[in-house]
Design a protein around this ligand. Structure first.
Ligand code: CMP
Length: 140
């Protein structure tokens, strides 16, 4: 498998609990490299655009409110098979279904306050990275 990049977001529930370092350690310990990183607080418009694909879902408005409620950490993770590897490190979306040792099993509060987002495909990773970073902000 070739080198890949994926977008990671450390969500407001995690920044509020001051556990960004513990989460970043999970990525680095699994061999992913952080090639871009910034802490921001999204506007409503930014969150709506990022999660546009979910706009018909019943949880969309709550998700946008949650993602704008506190700072988040946007990161580009790079490594072999990075999209799938990051999803493995994060665990299932619902922490009740997440495997032991995963970020969501250890840190998530519930399906919404689930500590991290990760791109679900290489195609979406490219789109999401483009939404969150300028090319010059990514330094491999
Ligand atoms: P994320 O990977 O950021 O993508 C969409 C988010 O919607 C998801 O993680 C969850 O945090 C949130 N969400 C809230 N409720 C649900 C639900 N019922 N099913 C899926 N995702 C949900």
């Amino acid at each position: 498998m070739a080198q890949e990049r994926t977008l990671s977001i450390i969500k407001p529930d995690a920044t509020a609990r001051n556990i960004t370092g513990k989460i970043i350690d999970k990525f680095e310990s699994a061999g992913l490299r952080i090639v871009a990183s910034k802490r921001v607080q999204w506007t409503e418009a930014q969150a709506q655009k990022f999660y546009e694909v979910h706009k018909e879902r019943p949880f969309y408005n709550d998700l946008v409110a949650f993602m704008t409620s506190a700072p988040i950490v946007l990161q580009v993770l790079e490594g072999e098979d990075a999209v799938a590897k990051n999803r493995e490190i994060m665990g299932a979306t619902n922490p009740e279904e997440a495997a032991p040792g995963t970020i969501r099993k250890e840190f998530a509060e519930n399906i919404e306050r689930n500590s991290v987002h990760g791109s679900d495909s290489a195609e979406n990773a490219e789109i999401e990275i483009g939404l969150c970073f300028e090319a010059g902000e990514i330094v491999g």
